[in-house]
Design a protein around this ligand. Sequence first.
Ligand SMILES: Cc1cc2nc3c(=O)[nH]c(=O)nc-3n(C[C@H](O)[C@H](O)[C@H](O)COP(=O)(O)OP(=O)(O)OC[C@H]3O[C@@H](n4cnc5c(N)ncnc54)[C@H](O)[C@@H]3O)c2cc1C
Length: 420
Amino acid sequence: MDYFVEPERKVPVVNDVDVLVCGGGFAGVAAAVAAARNGASVMLIERYGFLGGLATGALVITTPPLNNGINREIARRLVDWQSYAPDWAKDDAMDSEFIDSGDNLLPYDPEATKYEFVRMLLEEQVEILFHSYIADTLCTDGHIDGVIIENKGGRSAVRAKFIIDATGDADVAAQAGAPVRTVERPITMMFNMADVDSERALERLGKWTGLKKFMREAIANGEIDFDLGVDADFGAPGIFAADLIHKGQLNIWGGMLYSNQSLDPAQRTRAEIVTRDHAFRMAGFLKKNLPGFENARLEQMSTEVGIRATRNLEGELSPAKKEVVRGAFSDTVARPYLGKDLAVPYRSLLPKKIDNLLVAGRCISADDDIMGRLRLIPVCSATGEAAGVAAAMATAQGISAKAIDVGQLQAQLAEQGVEL
Ligand SMILES: Cc1cc2nc3c(=O)[nH]c(=O)nc-3n(C[C@H](O)[C@H](O)[C@H](O)COP(=O)(O)OP(=O)(O)OC[C@H]3O[C@@H](n4cnc5c(N)ncnc54)[C@H](O)[C@@H]3O)c2cc1C
């Protein structure tokens, strides 16, 4: 391959903190809040201009129960958005239902979430730096000295005693040389339609899940051509939330695009183009053909196509599905939602080879067959909370991630309301 050799240059160090959190999704926000509450000076760096990651930017908008540790607090703050909350959650007395509603998927408003997350970080004096891309990691003998960021101000560095990789893609772990593996999952463009007459649509569909059948039949009957010459299944759109956040608003999964290696910039570009095209075609088709959609409009698409996974850490432990579901680790540090045994051990956050790094969120270490469940939102924030507390402990005690007394970490998590 042809290449340039970059000239050596000095990079200004723009900040020096105890804990640097890379990425501002549910995992990063929980990690930053937890680290700050445990006495660390914390900075969070995010490439976009908002927080929430996929959960807000990719219009995911539904989550399993947020009913343990910091998730409980997040749920309460989101329910406080009375005008945005669904009717049944508006009444204060219903708070507990919102928080403890078993297996139900709960809706939340992405804009309220972005706003509340900024407030949570500012309340804890976390320094936020938006529009900054973590481009590289400065590492000596298995120790990260700092990260290189790029933004409109140019290229600079942040020095930190401890790093939490909450990029979702294990970017920092991979840059630092910790073992990671690449993974491939189907990707989806989520979009919202507004001004839908739900009652009329439901007369035709029976229930919202009938939309999938409706689309599949249309494709089978040749009424619509979605063949773009790519490996895509447009017959799999789903509805995740209808009339829940705003009356007449539907949150729709566009088609699934398979075989996309999302770490490849060219394939990622193609995915944006193809999935946006699909979403527009689907919205147009519904408007023309489904009763109740005559006045509907495509209101919003994800900031970027929803990518479930790219890399996972190969940490000190990659537990198997049965172990995670049984939930009986001696080093359990996250029990994402009560009512299920699902548990995450500290070793799933702990990279090999790097002494001052923890990984949180959808790129932690576990077998592929359980990662579908471990990528759910409450798991990401629960692992973020555990990583944040551990990072603050490590910096306060001047020890490595591996040297942490897990019993002490568990006690501290319990102290702040995490039921392990
Ligand atoms: C289509 C789709 C549907 C889903 N449906 C559901 C569902 O119904 N319920 C559910 O619970 N979960 C669902 N999920 C999964 C869930 O949304 C995610 O796994 C979860 O939100 C991930 O949180 P995170 O904080 O680990 O990562 P992310 O949300 O990906 O956050 C990572 C953050 O880091 C930033 N970042 C990344 N790299 C860099 C870098 N190099 N420099 C600076 N910043 C960087 C990103 O911009 C982002 O803000 C879905 C996911 C997808 C894609």
